[in-house]
Design a binder for this molecule. Structure first.
Ligand SMILES: [Zn+2]
Length: 323
């Protein structure tokens, strides 16, 4: 009798301890919520609404640094730089993922395979096989805006506080002149001169000048959105060239000197439309075209920093206050 009571007591005690462990485990699960980073409208368009960034415009397209690519939304590690390769498709390409980081699901288009972050479901892009790019014969075609790059050696928090720059593309006549003024703007961290708008790969200055390639002399502006905004840089663009001139700028005549804003996303497009509308309301007959950005081809070295190298002053551009 005594032993039965002791046994029953023991069983009850064990059950109690077991129950406590179970409920604690449950509690732990509840508090382990995924924290999401705040997304910009463009990040949300791609990550949440399964959009696609404009090809050849992504932040990480040509990034060759060693490190890890994490999910922009939840921070989960997705890809390693060792698996990144150049596919010339316009988006960062990887031939393998970090094991268990990426989930494949059939795309609603019925043809492709969509890839999402296994941890939070963020849309990354699509995965393709059988193209023969690398030995692994796999290409994860990933939007830069779905990713956050953490350089090797940097701690996660360092990676987060690292300056995140943005790009803008403007064509406003001879690219030496626009480069000269854009470079001086607050928050602009770099300007390159080059060509955009045509289909010819690696165009030369001579080819572009012949006016047959469809390319236009263009500035690639890199800016720090913490110090300036796309709107500020675009305003400056409209004031350092004359946006009312058609297929020319000052002494330079030809299609390759026309005024164009090449936008990389909807936000940039809307901002440029707003500024053009403002100028029109002030009576300016704006000829500036709005076009989606294409691949930017940097011009030959001797064109970069032309005025700084030669010590000359721009002959083709003169800033005028218009806003
Ligand atoms: Zn994620």
């Amino acid at each position: 009798m005594k032993t039965t009571i002791i046994l029953i007591g023991l069983v009850i005690a064990i059950m109690g301890v077991f129950g406590l462990v179970l409920s604690q485990g449950k509690k732990k699960e509840e508090t382990k919520k995924v924290t999401y980073n705040k997304l910009t409208p463009e990040e949300e368009r791609v990550i949440v609404h399964k959009g696609t960034e404009m090809p050849f415009t992504g932040e990480y397209l040509n990034n060759k640094e060693a490190g890890t690519y994490t999910c922009r939304r939840c921070g989960a590690e997705l890809y390693r730089s060792e698996n990144k390769f150049d596919s010339h498709c316009g988006w960062p390409s990887f031939d393998d993922e970090i094991p268990g980081a990426v989930k494949r699901i059939p795309d609603p288009d019925g043809m492709r395979t969509e890839i999402i972050c296994l941890n939070c479901g963020a849309h990354l892009g699509h995965v393709f096989t059988g193209e023969g790019f690398t030995d692994k014969d796999t290409r994860h075609c990933v939007n830069s805006v779905s990713l956050k790059f953490i350089p090797a050696g940097a701690s996660k928090t360092e990676g987060k506080t690292r300056m995140k720059t943005q790009k803008a593309y403007f064509a406003g006549g001879c690219f030496w002149g626009t480069e000269y003024y854009l470079k001086q703007a607050k928050g602009v961290t770099g300007v390159k001169v080059g060509y955009m708008g045509g289909d010819k790969k690696n165009p030369t200055y001579k080819e572009v000048c012949s006016g047959t390639t469809g390319h236009i002399e263009t500035n690639e502006v890199t800016f720090d959105p913490a110090k300036t905004s796309y709107e500020e840089v675009a305003k400056l663009f409209f004031e350092i060239h004359d946006p009312t001139q058609v297929n020319r700028q000052g002494p330079d005549i030809g299609e390759q000197y026309k005024s164009v804003v090449f936008y990389v996303d909807d936000e940039q497009k809307k901002t440029a439309e707003k500024l053009i509308g403002l100028l029109k309301s002030k009576g300016f007959k704006v000829a500036t075209e709005l076009r989606p950005a294409k691949e930017f081809w940097p011009a030959e070295d001797y064109h970069q920093d032309y005025y700084a190298k030669t010590g000359k002053e721009p002959y083709c551009h003169r800033p005028v206050k218009r806003f």
